[in-house]
Ligand binder design. Sequence first.
Ligand SMILES: C[S@@+](CC[C@H](N)C(=O)[O-])C[C@H]1O[C@@H](n2cnc3c(N)ncnc32)[C@H](O)[C@@H]1O
Length: 240
Amino acid sequence: MTLPAHEMKRLRDVAGNDVELKALVGRRLAGTPLQYLEGTAAFGPLDLVVDQRVLIPRPETEQLWELAADLIAEPRRIVDLCTGSGALAIALSRSFPQAQVWGTDLSDEAIDVATLNGARYEARVEWCSGDLFAALPGELEGSIDLLVSNPPYVSDSEYADLPEDVRREPKMALVSGPTGLEVYERIAATLGTWLAPAGTFAFEIGETQADAVRRLFAAFSPEIRRDLAGRDRFVVGVKT
Ligand SMILES: C[S@@+](CC[C@H](N)C(=O)[O-])C[C@H]1O[C@@H](n2cnc3c(N)ncnc32)[C@H](O)[C@@H]1O
């Protein structure tokens, strides 16, 4: 088995010598994602540190950042639930330099990577470890102007069919539970108490989840938005 020329070029740029290159090629052929071998991943203008502790940010999530940044003119308080590498929180802190921004994750290891990336870009983001909203300081309740999230939304059965290199990413970053909707259900249960009046949200969703997610967030005038390939990949809504 050989690697495509563009991947070989990228690994040559990382390797210090032929022995290292051979080792990297071996790991890539065994399924390690290219970005883990390089140690970084592009997210819009950002070059984020990534390793096996975090999901590699995807192009769709860049679209979520752009979409969220257009939803509201001057958010004062922004939260990114399930921040992983910190991609959305850091990008939004740069889109809205006047806003206070929080990024949360259940994984302490992910928070370590997000903190590293935040420092790399001198981002003014508070990193909080914990389960969804429980990670946030209580005084934020009722005052979030913009909430974003790319939560785990793969079901247990879908996980088994994912490609080998995707399954090298943290399972807890991908799998939500038996249906794939569990994390949205938990977010929907308390979303109304955390958003400010007229607070808005934008979440990434799986392409088959639009109907279920529309029902879950029915109290927030939900709208489904499409990605560049025309797939239903985002839900946005507002607290009225
Ligand atoms: C799909 S990844 C998204 C990472 C990042 N936002 C991105 O788009 O690249 C989901 C993240 O949610 C975190 N996570 C899983 N369950 C969680 C929970 N109950 N509370 C907070 N974070 C959770 C995982 O550790 C992982 O970092």
